[in-house]
Write a protein that binds this ligand. Structure first.
Ligand SMILES: *Cc1c(COP(=O)(O)O)cnc(C)c1O
Length: 390
């Protein structure tokens, strides 16, 4: 087989798919198209682009790259991850039911519990690592199953292929928020998922300098329905953000692999630390989801991890506030490492009993591991842990 016949590798497609040079000037990077409207040749005869909400060349370039990376028939770029998720829920009709993971992103929880009920949709949360519990939660009105893997903040691993099979057997769509794993580490469409959602704000953009979201699907009919809904409701990604995200995607493979490697080293280091009682990272043999993660994730276990300091909420807060390289902030997935306290920050809106039920202790600390050198990050944590217990 000649090299032109075999499919291009992931990292090659991340650079070339959709990112055609500009034929008019020869520019290696396609220009950013800021026009809101496009001239037509004749009344009633539409060219590829007519109005930027309906389609924009810079957004289209990003969508083409993303569809290729997730293995979908098409992708849609949104103004934020939440706009992308909302678009999926808008496929449902009054009276329909959603089953979602118990450890979904807080903003998704809020959307499902505060906004979509206004359209008479209801949601049941289940631990999606428990497939029997998931199946029991499905009703004849269930039209959507929504999961995250790895979950947040304990990195629980859900069996994507098994959940897709259960959802389809009951006539529901299966969607997954693939923000944490990225297509570098998990390709849910190949495992049977219908919709992959991203907060492009995180790893896809990768540099903490843009907000965006995306949906990628396998089925052309589903793509048409989502495109129609996106165009009708308007939550599209702007051309400048589309450019930044395309630029980020070119190094996605390198970043995610390298960040995952450092995260594994940090997880192993923390396991040995006397002030740390538990480490949650799917790459550790001690993690509940390790065997499944080894099978389902490709070439790495992600760059998110959390750990319990053997101490109080005050001490966990001091660990978070005492680091110099790990910056105290929510969000994740960028080149700079971040640290936060789920009980005091990302999951503060849960009531304490609910947090306890989900295993989110006061001593929990969550890390988003960036691209800095392992030694520097290890020393930063060593100093902060020491000071917090001094
Ligand atoms: C950040 C995030 C979202 C929401 O995305 P925005 O771009 O902030 O709207 C959804 N899911 C996960 C897992 C996230 O981390």
């Amino acid at each position: 087989m000649s090299s032109s016949e075999r499919p291009l590798h992931f990292r090659t497609r991340a650079i070339h798919r959709g990112q055609d040079r500009d034929e008019a000037t020869g520019a290696v990077v396609p220009p950013i198209h800021v026009a809101s409207t496009f001239v037509q040749h004749q009344v009633g005869e539409w060219r590829e682009f007519d109005y930027s909400r309906s389609g924009n060349p810079t957004r289209k370039a990003l969508e083409t790259t993303l569809a290729s990376l997730e293995g979908g028939c098409g992708a849609l770029a949104f103004a934020s991850g939440m706009a992308a998720t909302h678009c999926v829920t808008m496929l449902l009709e009054s009276g329909d039911h959603i089953v979602a993971g118990a450890d979904i992103y807080g903003g998704t929880y809020r959307l499902l519990h505060k906004i979509v009920p206004r359209s008479n949709l209801s949601t049941t949360l289940v631990d999606t690592t428990d497939l029997e519990a998931l199946e029991r939660a499905i009703t004849p009105r269930t039209k959507l199953v929504w999961i995250e893997s790895p979950g947040n903040p304990l990195m629980s691993i859900t069996d994507i292929a098994a959940v897709a099979e259960i959802a389809h057997r009951h006539g529901a769509l299966m969607a997954i928020d693939n923000t944490f794993a990225t297509p570098v580490l998990t390709r849910p469409l190949e495992l049977g998922a219908d919709v992959v959602m991203h907060s492009a704000t995180k790893y896809l953009g990768g540099h903490s300098d843009m907000l965006g979201g995306a949906l990628v699907v396998r089925d052309p009919d589903l793509f048409k329905r989502l495109y129609y809904t996106q165009n009708a409701t308007g939550g599209v990604l702007g051309p400048f953000e589309s450019f930044l995200c395309s630029r980020g995607l070119k190094t996605l493979d390198l970043r995610v692999r390298e960040q995952s490697r450092t995260a594994l080293q940090l997880a192993e280091f923390l396991t040995q630390h006397p002030r740390v009682s538990r480490v949650f990272y799917p790459g550790l043999a001690s993690h509940r989801g390790h065997a499944l993660a080894k099978q389902q994730m490709i070439g790495g276990f992600g760059a998110m991890l959390s750990f319990d300091v053997a101490g109080t909420f005050e001490q966990a807060k001091r660990v978070c506030q005492g680091t110099k390289l790990f910056q105290l902030a929510v969000s994740l997935g960028a080149v700079e490492s971040l640290i936060e306290s789920p009980a005091g920050m990302s999951h503060a809106s849960y009531d304490p009993a609910d947090r306890a039920k989900h295993g989110i202790t006061d001593g929990l600390v969550r890390l988003s591991v960036g691209l800095e050198a392992f030694d520097d990050l290890r020393d930063d944590l060593t100093h902060s842990l020491k000071a917090a217990f001094a």
